[in-house]
Design a protein around this ligand. Sequence first.
Ligand code: AHR
Length: 320
Amino acid sequence: MIITRRTLLGVAAAIACATAIPAFAAKPLTIGFSQVGAESEWRTANTASIKDAAKKAGVTLKFADAQQQQQNQVKAIRSFIAQHVDVIAFSPVVETGWETVLREAKNAKIPVILTDRAVKVTDPSLYVSFIGSDFVEEGRRAGRWLLDYDKKNGGKPLNIVELQGTTGAAPAIDRKTGFAEVIAANPKLKIIRSQTGDFTRAKGKEVMEAFLKSEGKNINVLYAHNDDMAIGAIQAIEEAGLKPGKDIIVISIDGVKGAFEAMKAGKLNVTVECNPLLGPTLIQTAQDVVAGKPVPKRIVVNEGVFPAEVAAKELPNRKY
Ligand code: AHR
């Protein structure tokens, strides 16, 4: 076939017709997502899950990292409103202080979905759905494991130090509440020190060093609100010449690979799972909201408890 300029123009026109978006095709969805930060292994997995799910669904994701600062999240939400995104999603760094900005989103008719962490607002219509774990139950699971451990080990009095998550964050408040509620059943279990480690390894290590300095060998148990702080604290315990997992029982929350490795090495006794793979549910919920379908106000994630005895077997199955 002889290719003339006219044939080329004809082919170009045919391609243009075939690839043009028909007038009735749905506009691709745009979601503005404000992430807490990159403070932990859990958070990294959570971000990857959301980005990956958006990509797979052909959703445009405007991603903003708040670096653990509420003011950055408020700024990001206002910018998403100004950009007229279809849905705003965010994982709130702290529980309170959202009423004004969420009302601005509501007035702009942009639905808001909460992922991972909850907010405390007087008007629940300020968000359409909250997808995430039951943090109080996670704290209870950690507490139940300790009650059980103590029972199996002769019911000795145990002094506990607690590394709390970010002050004012839902998982820090709820995990403290759930744990305290359960261990109250045994008056021999006492929390002797409790301080924030901001969900990071560096802070977890620093605060544990301070606990060890003031309490020394008085400490029997460490309860950390996440694996990263526990891993930082394990380092502090070793540097103090003690054996984590033996001299000091270590309990934490998340179930990241780092925790499974620490359990395999005998340095961590148990991790309570908190599932970060929320991306597919978030994207599906956003699509349903925009399509006008009813969505559940609360979507709770299923999770387990992994003691050190199962770590080696479970590690190869872990997805984060
Ligand atoms: O909100 C979930 C918590 O935040 C995770 O337990 C912790 O690792 C993260 O930083």
